[in-house]
Design a protein around this ligand. Sequence first.
Ligand SMILES: Nc1ncnc2c1ncn2[C@@H]1O[C@H](COP(=O)(O)OP(=O)(O)OP(=O)(O)O)[C@@H](O)[C@H]1O
Ligand SMILES: [Mg+2]
Length: 511
Amino acid sequence: MTDNPILTLDNVTKSFGPVTVIKGVTVNVYPGKVQVLLGENGAGKSTLIKMMAGVHQPDGGRILVDGEKVRLADTNASEALGIATIHQELNLVGSMTVAENICMGRFPRRFGLVDRRTMRNTAKAALDRIGLHIDVDHKVGELGIARQQLVEIAKALSLEARMLILDEPTAALTKREITALFAVVEDLRSRGVGMVFISHHLDEIAAIGNSVSVLRDGEFVAEVPADTSEDELVRLMVGRSIEQQFPRRRDYDGPADTLLEVNGLSTKGLINDVSFSVKAGEIVGLAGLMGAGRTEVLRAIAGVDPYVNGTVHVRGKELPKSSIGAAIRAGVGHVPEDRKAHGLVLGAPVNENIGYATLAATAKSGLVDRRGQRKRAQDVADKLRIRMQNLDQPVGSLSGGNQQKTVFARWIVTNSSVLLLDEPTRGVDVGAKVEIYELMNAITAAGGAVVMVSSELPEVLGMSDRILVMSGGHISGELAGGDVTQDAVMMLAVRDVQRDLEDKLMEDGHE
Ligand SMILES: Nc1ncnc2c1ncn2[C@@H]1O[C@H](COP(=O)(O)OP(=O)(O)OP(=O)(O)O)[C@@H](O)[C@H]1O
Ligand SMILES: [Mg+2]
Protein backbone atom coordinates (compact mmCIF):
# COMPACT_ATOMS: atom_id res chain seq x y z
CA MET A 1 0.00 0.00 0.00
CA THR A 2 1.27 3.43 -0.81
CA ASP A 3 0.75 6.50 1.33
CA ASN A 4 -1.91 8.98 0.43
CA PRO A 5 -0.68 12.06 -1.38
CA ILE A 6 0.06 15.21 0.59
CA LEU A 7 -1.12 17.33 -2.29
CA THR A 8 -2.94 16.67 -5.53
CA LEU A 9 -3.49 18.96 -8.47
CA ASP A 10 -6.57 17.29 -9.88
CA ASN A 11 -7.26 17.96 -13.55
CA VAL A 12 -6.31 21.63 -13.24
CA THR A 13 -6.46 24.22 -16.01
CA LYS A 14 -5.08 27.74 -16.16
CA SER A 15 -5.38 30.56 -18.67
CA PHE A 16 -3.74 33.95 -18.92
CA GLY A 17 -6.06 36.16 -20.91
CA PRO A 18 -7.15 34.23 -23.97
CA VAL A 19 -4.29 31.74 -23.76
CA THR A 20 -4.71 28.43 -21.92
CA VAL A 21 -1.31 27.33 -20.64
CA ILE A 22 -2.34 24.37 -18.45
CA LYS A 23 -4.83 21.96 -19.93
CA GLY A 24 -6.24 19.42 -17.49
CA VAL A 25 -3.13 18.23 -15.65
CA THR A 26 -3.07 15.93 -12.61
CA VAL A 27 -0.02 15.69 -10.33
CA ASN A 28 0.34 13.94 -6.97
CA VAL A 29 2.97 14.70 -4.34
CA TYR A 30 3.61 11.84 -1.90
CA PRO A 31 5.36 11.95 1.48
CA GLY A 32 9.00 10.90 1.24
CA LYS A 33 8.98 11.06 -2.56
CA VAL A 34 10.43 13.45 -5.11
CA GLN A 35 8.04 14.17 -7.95
CA VAL A 36 9.90 15.56 -10.97
CA LEU A 37 8.20 17.87 -13.48
CA LEU A 38 9.79 17.74 -16.91
CA GLY A 39 9.06 19.72 -20.05
CA GLU A 40 10.44 22.22 -22.54
CA ASN A 41 10.70 25.93 -21.78
CA GLY A 42 7.15 27.22 -21.55
CA ALA A 43 5.58 23.78 -21.10
CA GLY A 44 3.90 24.95 -17.89
CA LYS A 45 6.05 23.58 -15.04
CA SER A 46 6.38 26.82 -13.09
CA THR A 47 2.71 27.62 -13.60
CA LEU A 48 1.81 24.27 -12.04
CA ILE A 49 3.96 24.78 -8.99
CA LYS A 50 2.68 28.34 -8.61
CA MET A 51 -0.77 26.81 -8.18
CA MET A 52 0.62 24.61 -5.39
CA ALA A 53 2.27 27.66 -3.83
CA GLY A 54 -0.81 29.89 -3.89
CA VAL A 55 0.67 32.34 -6.41
CA HIS A 56 -1.90 31.44 -9.09
CA GLN A 57 -5.32 29.88 -8.66
CA PRO A 58 -6.55 27.27 -11.15
CA ASP A 59 -9.48 28.20 -13.41
CA GLY A 60 -10.69 24.61 -13.47
CA GLY A 61 -10.03 21.41 -11.53
CA ARG A 62 -9.27 21.03 -7.82
CA ILE A 63 -6.41 21.21 -5.38
CA LEU A 64 -6.50 18.63 -2.59
CA VAL A 65 -4.36 18.64 0.54
CA ASP A 66 -4.62 15.44 2.59
CA GLY A 67 -7.56 14.51 0.43
CA GLU A 68 -9.50 17.66 1.26
CA LYS A 69 -10.35 20.29 -1.30
CA VAL A 70 -8.56 23.56 -0.50
CA ARG A 71 -8.32 27.03 -1.92
CA LEU A 72 -4.80 28.41 -1.82
CA ALA A 73 -5.67 32.08 -2.06
CA ASP A 74 -2.13 33.33 -1.58
CA THR A 75 1.36 32.20 -0.58
CA ASN A 76 0.52 32.54 3.12
CA ALA A 77 -2.31 30.02 2.72
CA SER A 78 0.04 27.51 1.17
CA GLU A 79 2.81 28.11 3.73
CA ALA A 80 0.28 27.66 6.52
CA LEU A 81 -0.39 24.16 5.16
CA GLY A 82 3.33 23.39 5.35
CA ILE A 83 4.24 23.99 1.71
CA ALA A 84 7.54 25.80 1.12
CA THR A 85 8.58 26.96 -2.34
CA ILE A 86 11.86 27.85 -3.95
CA HIS A 87 10.86 29.79 -7.03
CA GLN A 88 12.78 29.85 -10.28
CA GLU A 89 13.07 33.61 -10.20
CA LEU A 90 14.61 34.62 -6.89
CA ASN A 91 12.36 36.32 -4.38
CA LEU A 92 14.94 37.93 -2.15
CA VAL A 93 15.16 41.60 -1.23
CA GLY A 94 18.58 42.83 -2.31
CA SER A 95 18.74 45.72 0.13
CA MET A 96 18.09 43.48 3.15
CA THR A 97 20.64 41.27 4.88
CA VAL A 98 20.94 37.52 4.48
CA ALA A 99 19.49 37.01 7.99
CA GLU A 100 16.54 39.33 7.34
CA ASN A 101 15.74 37.56 4.08
CA ILE A 102 15.83 34.11 5.64
CA CYS A 103 13.53 35.16 8.49
CA MET A 104 11.30 37.40 6.41
CA GLY A 105 7.67 37.43 7.48
CA ARG A 106 8.46 35.78 10.81
CA PHE A 107 11.03 37.94 12.57
CA PRO A 108 11.62 36.62 16.09
CA ARG A 109 10.55 39.21 18.67
CA ARG A 110 11.59 39.94 22.19
CA PHE A 111 9.87 42.60 24.29
CA GLY A 112 8.12 43.74 21.14
CA LEU A 113 11.38 44.35 19.30
CA VAL A 114 12.97 42.28 16.57
CA ASP A 115 15.36 39.90 18.30
CA ARG A 116 18.32 40.28 16.00
CA ARG A 117 20.49 37.76 17.79
CA THR A 118 17.92 34.95 17.45
CA MET A 119 17.35 35.98 13.87
CA ARG A 120 21.04 35.76 13.05
CA ASN A 121 21.33 32.38 14.75
CA THR A 122 18.31 31.00 12.88
CA ALA A 123 19.86 32.19 9.64
CA LYS A 124 23.27 30.75 10.49
CA ALA A 125 21.74 27.36 11.31
CA ALA A 126 19.81 27.36 8.04
CA LEU A 127 22.95 28.19 6.05
CA ASP A 128 25.00 25.58 7.93
CA ARG A 129 22.61 22.93 6.81
CA ILE A 130 23.57 23.45 3.17
CA GLY A 131 27.20 24.14 3.96
CA LEU A 132 27.15 27.82 3.00
CA HIS A 133 29.44 29.93 5.14
CA ILE A 134 28.72 33.58 4.50
CA ASP A 135 28.23 36.58 6.72
CA VAL A 136 24.52 36.75 7.62
CA ASP A 137 24.77 40.56 7.91
CA HIS A 138 25.77 40.87 4.27
CA LYS A 139 23.28 42.58 1.96
CA VAL A 140 21.81 39.95 -0.36
CA GLY A 141 22.11 42.24 -3.38
CA GLU A 142 25.88 42.15 -3.04
CA LEU A 143 26.05 38.36 -3.36
CA GLY A 144 26.54 36.56 -6.66
CA ILE A 145 23.56 34.80 -8.15
CA ALA A 146 24.61 31.32 -6.99
CA ARG A 147 24.93 32.47 -3.40
CA GLN A 148 21.55 34.20 -3.64
CA GLN A 149 20.08 30.91 -4.84
CA LEU A 150 21.57 29.15 -1.82
CA VAL A 151 20.13 31.76 0.54
CA GLU A 152 16.73 31.18 -1.05
CA ILE A 153 17.11 27.44 -0.47
CA ALA A 154 18.18 27.97 3.14
CA LYS A 155 15.15 30.18 3.66
CA ALA A 156 12.73 27.52 2.40
CA LEU A 157 14.43 24.80 4.46
CA SER A 158 14.18 26.87 7.62
CA LEU A 159 10.37 26.75 7.35
CA GLU A 160 10.51 23.05 8.31
CA ALA A 161 7.81 22.33 5.76
CA ARG A 162 6.14 18.99 5.07
CA MET A 163 6.27 19.67 1.37
CA LEU A 164 9.05 21.44 -0.52
CA ILE A 165 8.87 22.70 -4.09
CA LEU A 166 12.15 23.30 -5.92
CA ASP A 167 11.85 25.10 -9.27
CA GLU A 168 15.25 24.76 -10.98
CA PRO A 169 17.25 25.10 -7.77
CA THR A 170 20.42 23.79 -9.38
CA ALA A 171 20.53 26.03 -12.47
CA ALA A 172 23.02 28.46 -10.94
CA LEU A 173 24.87 26.03 -8.69
CA THR A 174 28.17 24.25 -9.11
CA LYS A 175 28.78 20.52 -8.57
CA ARG A 176 29.80 20.89 -4.96
CA GLU A 177 26.73 22.90 -4.01
CA ILE A 178 24.45 20.55 -5.90
CA THR A 179 25.91 17.64 -3.95
CA ALA A 180 25.22 19.48 -0.69
CA LEU A 181 21.66 20.28 -1.78
CA PHE A 182 20.99 16.69 -2.78
CA ALA A 183 22.19 15.48 0.61
CA VAL A 184 19.60 17.77 2.19
CA VAL A 185 16.92 16.39 -0.14
CA GLU A 186 17.87 12.82 0.89
CA ASP A 187 17.55 13.81 4.51
CA LEU A 188 14.14 15.40 3.95
CA ARG A 189 12.98 12.38 1.99
CA SER A 190 13.90 10.05 4.85
CA ARG A 191 11.87 12.27 7.15
CA GLY A 192 8.78 11.98 4.98
CA VAL A 193 8.82 15.41 3.33
CA GLY A 194 7.20 15.36 -0.10
CA MET A 195 9.03 17.23 -2.83
CA VAL A 196 8.53 18.60 -6.31
CA PHE A 197 11.67 19.09 -8.38
CA ILE A 198 12.17 20.85 -11.69
CA SER A 199 15.44 20.79 -13.62
CA HIS A 200 16.72 20.91 -17.18
CA HIS A 201 19.72 18.79 -16.13
CA LEU A 202 18.45 15.38 -17.08
CA ASP A 203 21.25 13.59 -15.26
CA GLU A 204 19.91 14.91 -11.96
CA ILE A 205 16.56 13.24 -12.40
CA ALA A 206 17.65 9.66 -11.80
CA ALA A 207 19.91 10.83 -8.98
CA ILE A 208 17.18 12.51 -7.02
CA GLY A 209 13.70 11.72 -8.34
CA ASN A 210 11.18 8.97 -7.73
CA SER A 211 8.69 9.64 -10.48
CA VAL A 212 8.59 12.00 -13.46
CA SER A 213 5.54 13.79 -14.87
CA VAL A 214 6.22 14.94 -18.42
CA LEU A 215 4.40 17.99 -19.81
CA ARG A 216 4.23 19.26 -23.32
CA ASP A 217 2.56 22.52 -24.24
CA GLY A 218 0.49 22.59 -21.04
CA GLU A 219 -0.70 19.02 -21.42
CA PHE A 220 0.13 15.91 -19.46
CA VAL A 221 2.15 13.51 -21.64
CA ALA A 222 3.21 10.65 -19.37
CA GLU A 223 4.32 9.64 -15.91
CA VAL A 224 7.43 7.45 -15.86
CA PRO A 225 9.91 6.22 -13.22
CA ALA A 226 12.86 8.52 -12.53
CA ASP A 227 15.38 5.95 -13.78
CA THR A 228 13.97 6.15 -17.31
CA SER A 229 16.81 6.67 -19.80
CA GLU A 230 17.72 10.25 -20.72
CA ASP A 231 17.05 9.56 -24.39
CA GLU A 232 13.55 8.38 -23.59
CA LEU A 233 12.93 11.41 -21.35
CA VAL A 234 14.02 13.72 -24.17
CA ARG A 235 11.77 11.95 -26.61
CA LEU A 236 8.77 12.27 -24.28
CA MET A 237 9.57 15.91 -23.61
CA VAL A 238 10.28 17.28 -27.09
CA GLY A 239 8.55 14.62 -29.18
CA ARG A 240 11.73 13.72 -31.09
CA SER A 241 15.23 12.59 -30.24
CA ILE A 242 18.22 14.89 -30.26
CA GLU A 243 21.08 13.66 -32.39
CA GLN A 244 24.05 15.71 -31.37
CA GLN A 245 24.30 17.42 -28.03
CA PHE A 246 27.23 19.71 -28.88
CA PRO A 247 27.18 20.39 -32.62
CA ARG A 248 30.45 22.33 -32.87
CA ARG A 249 31.48 22.90 -36.47
CA ARG A 250 34.31 24.96 -37.88
CA ASP A 251 33.11 26.29 -41.22
CA TYR A 252 35.03 29.55 -41.23
CA ASP A 253 37.99 29.73 -43.59
CA GLY A 254 38.40 33.50 -43.93
CA PRO A 255 41.36 35.48 -42.57
CA ALA A 256 42.08 34.70 -38.93
CA ASP A 257 42.00 38.34 -37.80
CA THR A 258 42.23 39.03 -34.09
CA LEU A 259 38.81 40.41 -33.17
CA LEU A 260 39.26 40.81 -29.44
CA GLU A 261 42.45 41.53 -27.59
CA VAL A 262 42.55 41.95 -23.84
CA ASN A 263 45.80 43.09 -22.30
CA GLY A 264 46.76 43.24 -18.62
CA LEU A 265 43.19 43.77 -17.48
CA SER A 266 42.80 44.38 -13.74
CA THR A 267 39.86 45.58 -11.71
CA LYS A 268 39.78 46.99 -8.22
CA GLY A 269 38.25 43.93 -6.63
CA LEU A 270 38.99 40.74 -8.34
CA ILE A 271 40.62 40.47 -11.74
CA ASN A 272 44.36 40.59 -11.86
CA ASP A 273 46.38 41.02 -15.05
CA VAL A 274 44.20 39.09 -17.48
CA SER A 275 45.40 38.88 -21.09
CA PHE A 276 44.05 36.89 -24.02
CA SER A 277 42.93 37.32 -27.59
CA VAL A 278 40.24 35.75 -29.74
CA LYS A 279 40.32 35.34 -33.51
CA ALA A 280 37.58 35.40 -36.10
CA GLY A 281 35.85 32.03 -36.26
CA GLU A 282 36.80 30.99 -32.74
CA ILE A 283 34.80 29.98 -29.69
CA VAL A 284 36.89 30.41 -26.56
CA GLY A 285 35.61 28.92 -23.31
CA LEU A 286 36.29 30.62 -19.99
CA ALA A 287 36.19 27.95 -17.30
CA GLY A 288 36.68 28.15 -13.56
CA LEU A 289 34.92 27.90 -10.25
CA MET A 290 32.31 30.28 -8.93
CA GLY A 291 34.04 33.52 -7.95
CA ALA A 292 37.09 32.92 -10.16
CA GLY A 293 36.47 36.20 -11.99
CA ARG A 294 35.00 34.96 -15.27
CA THR A 295 31.84 37.07 -15.09
CA GLU A 296 33.89 40.13 -14.11
CA VAL A 297 36.15 39.75 -17.16
CA LEU A 298 33.16 39.76 -19.49
CA ARG A 299 31.57 42.70 -17.68
CA ALA A 300 34.76 44.76 -17.92
CA ILE A 301 35.11 44.09 -21.65
CA ALA A 302 31.44 44.94 -22.25
CA GLY A 303 31.84 48.29 -20.49
CA VAL A 304 29.56 47.38 -17.61
CA ASP A 305 32.24 47.66 -14.93
CA PRO A 306 35.32 49.91 -14.84
CA TYR A 307 38.84 48.54 -14.74
CA VAL A 308 41.93 50.14 -13.27
CA ASN A 309 44.59 48.74 -15.56
CA GLY A 310 44.88 47.24 -19.00
CA THR A 311 43.34 47.69 -22.42
CA VAL A 312 40.64 46.13 -24.56
CA HIS A 313 40.93 46.24 -28.36
CA VAL A 314 38.21 45.21 -30.79
CA ARG A 315 39.38 44.76 -34.38
CA GLY A 316 42.55 46.63 -33.41
CA LYS A 317 40.73 49.66 -32.02
CA GLU A 318 40.94 50.46 -28.34
CA LEU A 319 37.62 50.59 -26.48
CA PRO A 320 37.09 53.38 -23.97
CA LYS A 321 36.62 52.16 -20.40
CA SER A 322 33.16 51.66 -18.90
CA SER A 323 31.17 52.59 -21.95
CA ILE A 324 28.45 50.10 -22.78
CA GLY A 325 27.43 52.20 -25.78
CA ALA A 326 30.95 52.21 -27.23
CA ALA A 327 31.21 48.45 -26.77
CA ILE A 328 27.91 47.91 -28.58
CA ARG A 329 28.95 50.19 -31.43
CA ALA A 330 32.21 48.26 -31.75
CA GLY A 331 30.18 45.07 -32.23
CA VAL A 332 30.45 43.62 -28.74
CA GLY A 333 27.40 41.71 -27.51
CA HIS A 334 27.02 40.68 -23.87
CA VAL A 335 24.57 38.09 -22.53
CA PRO A 336 24.83 38.59 -18.77
CA GLU A 337 24.59 35.97 -16.06
CA ASP A 338 21.77 37.62 -14.17
CA ARG A 339 19.21 38.37 -16.83
CA LYS A 340 16.72 39.85 -14.42
CA ALA A 341 19.07 42.44 -12.97
CA HIS A 342 21.16 43.27 -16.02
CA GLY A 343 19.53 41.93 -19.13
CA LEU A 344 15.85 42.53 -19.53
CA VAL A 345 13.22 45.19 -19.02
CA LEU A 346 10.55 42.86 -17.67
CA GLY A 347 7.60 45.19 -18.20
CA ALA A 348 8.53 45.93 -21.83
CA PRO A 349 7.40 43.80 -24.77
CA VAL A 350 9.58 41.04 -26.22
CA ASN A 351 10.03 43.09 -29.38
CA GLU A 352 11.56 46.03 -27.53
CA ASN A 353 13.76 43.81 -25.44
CA ILE A 354 15.16 42.12 -28.52
CA GLY A 355 15.54 45.43 -30.35
CA TYR A 356 17.07 47.35 -27.49
CA ALA A 357 20.70 47.06 -28.53
CA THR A 358 19.93 47.65 -32.20
CA LEU A 359 18.21 50.86 -31.20
CA ALA A 360 21.14 51.85 -29.02
CA ALA A 361 23.54 51.17 -31.90
CA THR A 362 21.54 53.03 -34.54
CA ALA A 363 20.24 55.88 -32.39
CA LYS A 364 23.33 57.96 -33.08
CA SER A 365 22.83 57.94 -36.80
CA GLY A 366 19.18 58.78 -36.26
CA LEU A 367 18.08 55.83 -38.34
CA VAL A 368 15.63 53.75 -36.40
CA ASP A 369 14.13 51.18 -38.69
CA ARG A 370 11.23 49.94 -36.59
CA ARG A 371 9.56 47.76 -39.18
CA GLY A 372 12.80 46.06 -40.16
CA GLN A 373 13.60 45.57 -36.53
CA ARG A 374 10.27 43.87 -35.88
CA LYS A 375 10.83 41.48 -38.73
CA ARG A 376 14.34 40.62 -37.55
CA ALA A 377 13.03 40.10 -34.01
CA GLN A 378 10.34 37.74 -35.28
CA ASP A 379 12.88 35.81 -37.35
CA VAL A 380 15.26 35.23 -34.49
CA ALA A 381 12.41 34.44 -32.07
CA ASP A 382 11.27 31.76 -34.52
CA LYS A 383 14.77 30.40 -34.88
CA LEU A 384 15.17 30.10 -31.12
CA ARG A 385 11.56 28.97 -30.78
CA ILE A 386 10.78 31.56 -28.16
CA ARG A 387 7.38 30.58 -26.84
CA MET A 388 5.18 33.68 -26.67
CA GLN A 389 1.76 34.91 -27.70
CA ASN A 390 3.28 37.54 -29.95
CA LEU A 391 6.10 40.10 -29.98
CA ASP A 392 4.06 42.50 -27.85
CA GLN A 393 3.86 40.22 -24.81
CA PRO A 394 5.77 41.66 -21.83
CA VAL A 395 8.97 39.68 -21.43
CA GLY A 396 8.29 39.26 -17.70
CA SER A 397 5.38 36.94 -18.44
CA LEU A 398 7.49 34.55 -20.54
CA SER A 399 8.71 31.37 -18.88
CA GLY A 400 12.20 31.52 -17.36
CA GLY A 401 13.92 29.71 -20.21
CA ASN A 402 12.19 31.84 -22.82
CA GLN A 403 13.41 34.99 -21.06
CA GLN A 404 16.94 33.65 -21.33
CA LYS A 405 16.45 33.00 -25.03
CA THR A 406 15.24 36.59 -25.43
CA VAL A 407 18.48 37.99 -24.03
CA PHE A 408 20.39 35.82 -26.45
CA ALA A 409 18.15 36.87 -29.34
CA ARG A 410 19.00 40.52 -28.75
CA TRP A 411 22.63 40.04 -29.69
CA ILE A 412 21.87 37.83 -32.65
CA VAL A 413 19.71 40.60 -34.08
CA THR A 414 22.46 43.15 -33.51
CA ASN A 415 24.91 41.13 -35.63
CA SER A 416 27.53 41.38 -32.91
CA SER A 417 30.91 40.21 -34.13
CA VAL A 418 32.27 39.59 -30.63
CA LEU A 419 29.78 37.80 -28.46
CA LEU A 420 30.40 37.50 -24.72
CA LEU A 421 28.15 34.82 -23.27
CA ASP A 422 27.80 34.31 -19.53
CA GLU A 423 26.10 30.98 -18.83
CA PRO A 424 24.09 31.25 -22.06
CA THR A 425 22.15 28.01 -21.62
CA ARG A 426 21.29 28.30 -17.95
CA GLY A 427 17.65 27.28 -17.47
CA VAL A 428 17.27 26.45 -21.15
CA ASP A 429 15.75 23.10 -22.18
CA VAL A 430 17.75 20.42 -24.01
CA GLY A 431 16.28 21.21 -27.42
CA ALA A 432 16.77 24.97 -27.13
CA LYS A 433 20.37 24.45 -25.98
CA VAL A 434 21.16 22.90 -29.33
CA GLU A 435 19.50 25.88 -31.10
CA ILE A 436 21.74 28.24 -29.13
CA TYR A 437 24.84 26.19 -30.03
CA GLU A 438 23.81 26.26 -33.69
CA LEU A 439 23.55 30.05 -33.53
CA MET A 440 27.01 30.25 -31.96
CA ASN A 441 28.27 28.14 -34.86
CA ALA A 442 26.54 30.42 -37.34
CA ILE A 443 28.20 33.46 -35.79
CA THR A 444 31.68 31.99 -35.94
CA ALA A 445 31.07 30.59 -39.44
CA ALA A 446 30.32 34.17 -40.52
CA GLY A 447 33.65 35.35 -39.11
CA GLY A 448 32.53 36.38 -35.62
CA ALA A 449 34.09 35.37 -32.31
CA VAL A 450 32.54 34.02 -29.13
CA VAL A 451 33.77 34.01 -25.54
CA MET A 452 31.68 31.70 -23.40
CA VAL A 453 31.63 31.45 -19.63
CA SER A 454 29.96 28.28 -18.47
CA SER A 455 29.95 26.19 -15.35
CA GLU A 456 28.85 23.18 -17.31
CA LEU A 457 32.08 21.48 -18.23
CA PRO A 458 30.61 19.20 -20.90
CA GLU A 459 29.32 22.32 -22.68
CA VAL A 460 32.67 24.11 -22.41
CA LEU A 461 34.50 21.03 -23.65
CA GLY A 462 31.96 20.31 -26.36
CA MET A 463 31.72 23.80 -27.85
CA SER A 464 35.08 25.55 -27.35
CA ASP A 465 38.05 25.60 -29.71
CA ARG A 466 40.27 26.64 -26.81
CA ILE A 467 39.68 26.85 -23.08
CA LEU A 468 41.10 29.48 -20.74
CA VAL A 469 40.85 28.47 -17.11
CA MET A 470 40.56 31.16 -14.46
CA SER A 471 41.38 30.85 -10.80
CA GLY A 472 41.58 33.54 -8.17
CA GLY A 473 41.11 36.41 -10.64
CA HIS A 474 43.67 35.47 -13.26
CA ILE A 475 44.17 32.97 -16.04
CA SER A 476 45.82 29.89 -14.61
CA GLY A 477 46.20 28.06 -17.89
CA GLU A 478 45.05 27.42 -21.43
CA LEU A 479 43.99 24.10 -22.91
CA ALA A 480 43.39 23.11 -26.50
CA GLY A 481 43.11 20.02 -28.65
CA GLY A 482 44.07 16.74 -27.03
CA ASP A 483 44.94 18.38 -23.69
CA VAL A 484 41.33 19.18 -22.98
CA THR A 485 39.80 16.93 -20.34
CA GLN A 486 37.49 17.68 -17.43
CA ASP A 487 40.29 16.73 -15.04
CA ALA A 488 42.79 19.07 -16.68
CA VAL A 489 40.31 21.96 -16.44
CA MET A 490 39.56 21.21 -12.79
CA MET A 491 43.26 21.02 -11.89
CA LEU A 492 43.79 24.52 -13.25
CA ALA A 493 40.55 25.81 -11.73
CA VAL A 494 41.48 24.91 -8.16
CA ARG A 495 45.10 26.01 -8.42
CA ASP A 496 44.66 29.18 -6.37
CA VAL A 497 41.66 28.15 -4.36
CA GLN A 498 43.71 26.85 -1.49
CA ARG A 499 45.37 30.23 -1.11
CA ASP A 500 42.03 32.05 -1.33
CA LEU A 501 40.59 29.79 1.30
CA GLU A 502 43.38 30.66 3.68
CA ASP A 503 42.77 34.37 3.07
CA LYS A 504 39.05 33.89 3.71
CA LEU A 505 39.67 32.11 6.98
CA MET A 506 41.86 35.02 8.04
CA GLU A 507 39.07 37.47 7.17
CA ASP A 508 36.44 35.47 9.04
CA GLY A 509 38.70 35.40 12.04
CA HIS A 510 38.51 39.20 12.17
CA GLU A 511 34.71 39.19 12.19
N1 LIG B 1 1.60 35.92 -15.86
C1 LIG B 1 1.55 35.40 -17.10
N2 LIG B 1 0.91 36.04 -18.11
C2 LIG B 1 0.86 35.50 -19.35
N3 LIG B 1 1.42 34.33 -19.69
C3 LIG B 1 2.06 33.65 -18.74
C4 LIG B 1 2.17 34.15 -17.40
N4 LIG B 1 2.87 33.25 -16.67
C5 LIG B 1 3.20 32.25 -17.52
N5 LIG B 1 2.71 32.48 -18.76
C6 LIG B 1 2.85 31.60 -19.93
O1 LIG B 1 2.55 30.28 -19.56
C7 LIG B 1 3.36 29.36 -20.28
C8 LIG B 1 4.01 28.39 -19.31
O2 LIG B 1 5.00 29.08 -18.57
P1 LIG B 1 5.82 28.41 -17.38
O3 LIG B 1 6.57 29.50 -16.73
O4 LIG B 1 4.91 27.60 -16.55
O5 LIG B 1 6.81 27.45 -18.19
P2 LIG B 1 7.96 26.49 -17.64
O6 LIG B 1 7.58 25.10 -18.02
O7 LIG B 1 8.22 26.75 -16.21
O8 LIG B 1 9.21 26.90 -18.55
P3 LIG B 1 10.80 27.15 -18.20
O9 LIG B 1 11.46 25.82 -18.35
O10 LIG B 1 11.24 28.07 -19.27
O11 LIG B 1 10.89 27.73 -16.84
C9 LIG B 1 4.35 30.19 -21.07
O12 LIG B 1 3.91 30.25 -22.40
C10 LIG B 1 4.29 31.57 -20.41
O13 LIG B 1 4.56 32.59 -21.33
MG1 LIG C 1 9.78 27.63 -15.18
